[in-house]
Design a binder for this molecule. Sequence first.
Ligand SMILES: *Cc1c(COP(=O)(O)O)cnc(C)c1O
Length: 373
Amino acid sequence: MVGRPNLPQLDVLTALIREALDNGWLSNQGPLLRRLEHELGAVLGAAHVIAVVNATTAIQLVAKACELAGEVVVPSFTFPATAQAFTWIGLTPVFADIELNSATVTAATVEPLITDRTSAICAVATWGNVGPLEELSALASDYGIPLILDSAQALGVTYHGRQVGTFGTAEVISLHATKIVSACEGGLVVTNDDAIAERVRAMRSFGTNPSGKFTTVGTNAKMHEISAAMALAVLPSLGPVIAANRRKHTLYREYLTGVSGVVVREPSDGTASNYHYVVIEVDSAVAGIGRDELCERLAARNIHTKPYFAPGCHALEPYRTESAIHSPKPLPNTESLAARVLCLPTGPAVTDTDVASVAHTIASIVALAGRAA
Ligand SMILES: *Cc1c(COP(=O)(O)O)cnc(C)c1O
């Protein structure tokens, strides 16, 4: 998404907030949080949905629940939170390259990085594209390590007909304001593994078990009731927003067909996307203009786009300086894609007319650049 958040109907939100205030129950696994977990469990078809403060902390809770140590193989082509979440709790992210069609890691890019220090694989559902999960799952089980999925961007996505949330050892979904369903700040741990779920539930609340006894060391990752109210109020829009996003994606593709050097990316094989991101690739040699310059010229016309994800995490500190540890193998696809991609405005606040106008502006900037060349 580049644009405005998916906002709830105000009367629905205020009714839920009133409920929380009337209950006098504002946090600590209150009724709204439990309703949210229940409703999302039904949407995702998952045994356990655990709502927490944000997806970054959710990754850390999963890592702790899986007792990870040493290294975790992660893509460099992701939002830095994926890598930072592990670094912050003393783990070492080791960056794998991506395959270009899905922009996700594959067994072929991950396996060369697995050593006896590797304790998990963390794959990212880039722009909602689910990668080749069958081969990643097989690889993880060959090495006896968990497969953790950062599906922060992927609520509402299905992979071969099955909802994201139920793959791998555990998945993490974000409910941040910029995501398709928002709790303002929020995240989910989703898993079918009872033991992992029990540990995550304990750790989100100071290591307490359901009867309130302190059984392990945890943290405070509890989602409060007003956040749960926000997510509950937004959740019914998920289906309609996906349908509207999909139409905007189609419109962008139609309008931008024939613009030289600009291609609208499609969801990868097997993925039914939430179309939360419309991503173009700019081939500067053909377009006559580079991605960064296109982004700047659009900004000058008050059209806000985002090079996302650029650069790859391996090019950011501290990973860049410590490249011998974090990127032992070259990352050619990450580097080339990070230089080409641009996310266009979409989402509920962007109208079909806006889409036409953004596409038209891109077309005229590229035409002008072509004439100048
Ligand atoms: C948004 C995002 C995160 C972080 O989610 P928060 O809920 O803001 O902590 C992590 N990974 C990816 C891929 C994201 O897009």
